[in-house]
Design a protein. Structure first.
Length: 378
């Protein structure tokens, strides 16, 4: 008994010695950033500012979740957002969040639909759209259930943080991704810092001097672990460097994440930038890095986002430069349909090819939309 009292006493002394003068909340900066990245509209909302009808709905959701007890499968299902619930949040967001009403409503629907997808894939183990490269690694193992249980416990700890204050589902979506070590969506933030040199150059650039605003260089991931750059990516790098040296554009946008093979340590955009600098002496302020795209659809969407950030003229094309096989794919009607199916729109218009390797591209401003249905590259 005396040992226990002494131990408690020493703990109290340490606590008093190390405690700050004023207590502050222990906020997780990484999950806060991830939440802002995936759910920028929802993160602006709060229960306190919600109308009575939405507060009542959120209370009903809490009761539904509590009725599951500790059954995590039940809780995952209870946390899903139904269409009527999404519509109620849309209506509330139109009053709470600044901006055009239609855009706010559409953003809420995308974010909550994407949140549902995260819960199903990372919480219930459903296959993602691209199971070979996306989703948690532990599905179908005892570890998966343990990871989900840990995510619930972690979500309970962060549910009062600003980014997750609307509903428990937001906190759980974030901790499920964190537990699966799938923080890809913020791996290079702030990206503006990575692209500071080209951004400074763009601010003083006379765009009319060039026929194309940027060369979009698409990565082709290797399928062998430990290989930094595939032979096809090396070819694409050479093609882009040749176009740049010919003076067709002031910038090269290197686009591609660490995708192939699954869990590779190499990021296509980083490796292509390295090759451009070291092998072709392309100046650093001419290379814009886009290290998030996991698919050809988001290669173009994310490149469009960067063109918008650079204030590239919307009526002037960029130039996609790629190998023949990839060129056939992106210029097909099938690729247009794939964009619409996966993104809901085409991130730009691909004009008739100049050659089997060169494709003018006019970006679509809708590309700025965040899409948490693909939480690794939203």
């Amino acid at each position: 008994m005396r040992i226990g009292q002494a131990l408690r006493g020493s703990i109290a002394i340490v606590a008093m010695a190390t405690a700050p003068c004023e207590a502050t909340a222990a906020q997780d900066a990484v999950l806060a950033e991830l939440g802002q990245r995936l759910f920028p509209t929802i993160a602006q909302m709060s229960v306190q500012g919600a109308p009575p009808s939405l507060r009542s709905l959120l209370t009903q959701r809490l009761r539904r979740i509590d009725a599951c007890g500790e059954a995590n499968d039940c809780r995952i299902q209870a946390l899903q957002w139904s269409d009527p619930e999404i519509a109620a949040v849309e209506a509330a967001a139109a009053k709470q969040v600044s901006g055009p009403t239609d855009e706010t409503r559409a953003a809420v629907r995308r974010e909550l639909s994407g949140l549902n997808s995260i819960l199903r894939v990372y919480g219930a183990g459903e296959p993602p759209r691209y199971p070979d490269i996306d989703g948690p690694d532990s599905v179908g193992t005892p570890l998966f259930k343990a990871d989900v249980a840990a995510a619930f416990a972690s979500a309970d700890a962060i549910k009062s943080e600003p980014v997750a204050r609307l509903d428990q589902s937001v906190a759980l979506a974030l901790t499920l991704l964190d537990g699966a070590n799938r923080l890809d969506a913020i791996a290079f933030e702030p990206l503006d810092r990575e692209n500071a040199l080209p951004a400074a150059r763009a601010a003083r650039l006379d765009w009319s001097r060039y026929p194309y605003t940027a060369i979009i260089l698409l990565g082709v991931g290797p399928e062998v672990m430990g290989v930094p750059l595939s032979p096809m990516s090396k070819l694409n790098v050479h093609l882009a460097a040749a176009r740049y040296r010919a003076g067709v554009s002031p910038f090269i946008i290197v686009s591609g994440a660490g995708v192939h093979p699954r869990r590779t340590n190499y990021v296509e955009a980083i490796e292509m930038r390295k090759a451009l600098v070291e092998r072709y002496s392309i100046p650093a302020d001419a290379i814009v890095i886009e290290p998030y795209a996991r698919h050809t659809t988001t290669n173009l969407r994310n490149a469009a986002r960067l063109l918008i950030k650079l204030k590239a003229p919307e009526d002037r094309p960029a130039l996609i430069v790629t190998n023949r096989k990839h060129g056939v794919s992106i210029s097909s009607e099938t690729f247009v349909k794939r964009n619409v199916a996966e993104l809901g729109y085409a991130p730009g218009r691909i004009a008739p090819a100049l050659s089997p390797l060169d494709f003018p591209f006019f970006y679509d401003p809708r590309s700025v939309r965040v899409d948490p249905a693909d939480p690794l590259d939203p």
